[in-house]
Design a protein around this ligand. Structure first.
Ligand code: AMP
Length: 200
């Protein structure tokens, strides 16, 4: 019997509409990991009208990034509250270089580094199509107008894309074609994750 205790922290990366949320859900179930979606956490705060939610709303509804110190504090809190986990799937975080550095520092303290960033590659035309489709059911203010969608893509290109280079520099970057059937993309993702597990 091969029984090895593994820690598996993954960053699922990509622009808005790339399928991070959809694929995360499937990955969590299969590998028993904990979801850490900053977008979902903010939306929960927003629905509960917490002080954090009201602050975040100002940025979210325009499609801008919430300031780093707010995001980082929220993530640190979530990590500290999760005990007995074999790993996290970070979804929508880190979105800036500052956040990536802060995450590395947090995980270093706990001795559970990020194994890999896996980026979902989807072109802009497809992203816009997907978000506009999601808008019909998501109830998300930031899915509603083309201006907000375009702003989010622009923010991604300017502030978030460089985070991929950060992980490339640390030899922790890989990518998967994010176009196609959900299950087909999931299979490709799993093959990357299985490689990480076997190369432990
Ligand atoms: P998402 O669900 O990941 O698309 O996030 C929705 C919105 O929440 C973003 O457009 C931002 O306003 C905010 N948000 C989520 N994650 C972050 C993050 N890591 N840094 C800054 N803002 C974030």
């Amino acid at each position: 019997i091969l029984a090895k205790k593994i820690m598996l922290n993954i960053v699922l990366f990509g622009p808005p509409g790339a399928g991070k949320g959809t694929q995360s859900e499937k990955v969590l179930k299969k590998y028993n990991l904990v979801h850490l979606s900053t977008g979902d956490l903010f939306r929960l705060h927003l629905n509960n009208e917490t002080a954090l939610g009201l602050e975040a709303k100002k940025y979210m509804n325009k499609g801008d990034l919430v300031p780093d110190e707010i995001v980082i504090g929220m993530v640190e809190d979530k990590i500290n509250k999760s005990s007995n986990v074999i790993g996290f799937v970070f979804d929508g975080f880190p979105r800036t270089i500052n956040q990536a550095i802060a995450l590395d520092n947090m995980l270093e303290k706990k001795n559970i580094p990020i194994k890999q960033m896996i980026a979902l590659k989807v072109d802009e035309k497809e992203l816009i199509k997907r978000i506009q489709n999601r808008a019909k059911t998501s109830g998300r203010e930031d899915d509603k107008s083309i201006d907000k969608i375009n702003n989010r893509i622009q923010v991604y290109n300017q502030e978030t894309k460089p985070v991929a280079d950060y992980y490339k520099k640390h030899d922790k970057y890989s990518e998967v074609d994010g176009i196609g059937e959900i299950d087909e993309i999931f299979i490709k993702l799993c093959s990357k994750i299985d490689d990480l597990i076997w190369n432990e």
